[in-house]
Write a protein that binds this ligand. Structure first.
Ligand SMILES: [Ca+2]
Length: 223
């Protein structure tokens, strides 16, 4: 292999590794920008999609929600629908990172349920990785089982980017998909994390490069 080829290979590996690791999620723990507390408005650095009703999402002290969190003192909430407005609500945020082909992305959110009435309904959720225009590339759905003021538990969605995703902005979205039109429960969420792991081939190439460079540094053998 020529020197130029090696340099190209190393540059390619380094460029793919440069975006590995945690991707910044602004206000990931919902501790920033609190005015009134609780705050019955969209959390700072996040956007809400789905309803114009006041208070469909917001932030409050974990001690007020009653749910146990290990990330700071505040949690965010998304309300189930109520009344005539049965539009589901999601919180979303475009990151400053773009998809890299072969990287595996994991979005993890700590979630639980908060009840305001005697109802003990479960809360269906959806976690999405998508482009900035809202086109999803991966979703995970499930149900948060009702535990009165229960601890927040991690849920995740994984996705390995393909060539068509390369260079597209990564956006994350958390949706409370309940739409039965009768308010009773809240989805409670906190500690939103997005991690990127390079493809094994890139890791192997880097390891191989390391081994070869070590071999080169060996002193010459006298003959
Ligand atoms: Ca928090």
């Amino acid at each position: 292999m020529t020197k130029i080829t090696w340099i190209s290979l190393v540059m390619a590996v380094v460029s793919s590794l440069a975006v590995a690791g945690p991707v910044t999620i602004n206000n990931y723990s919902f501790e920033n920008g609190m005015g009134d507390d609780p705050r019955w408005a969209t959390p700072t650095d996040w956007a809400m999609n789905g309803s114009t009703e006041e208070g469909r999402t917001g932030v409050m002290l974990a001690s007020l929600s009653g749910n146990t969190t290990t990330a700071g003192s505040h949690v965010a909430y998304i309300n189930m629908t109520w009344g005539a407005d049965t539009t589901v609500v999601s919180l979303y945020q475009a990151t400053n990172a773009t998809f890299v082909e072969g990287n595996t992305y994991t979005l993890t959110v700590a979630m639980s349920v908060r009840g305001e009435t005697s109802a003990t309904w479960n809360v269906p959720y959806k976690l999405s990785l998508e482009y900035a225009d809202g086109t999803p590339v991966a979703t995970a759905t499930g149900t948060l089982l009702y535990v009165d003021r229960g601890p927040l538990v991690d849920y995740s969605v994984n996705y390995t980017a393909v060539a068509a995703d390369a260079g597209k902005t990564i956006q994350v979205r958390i949706t409370d998909t309940q739409n039965n039109g009768e308010y009773a429960q809240q989805m409670v969420l906190d500690n939103v994390r997005l991690n990127a792991v390079p493809e094994p081939a890139a890791m192997s190439l880097l390891a191989l490069g390391g081994i070869l460079s070590l071999r080169r540094r060996r002193p010459p053998v006298n003959v």
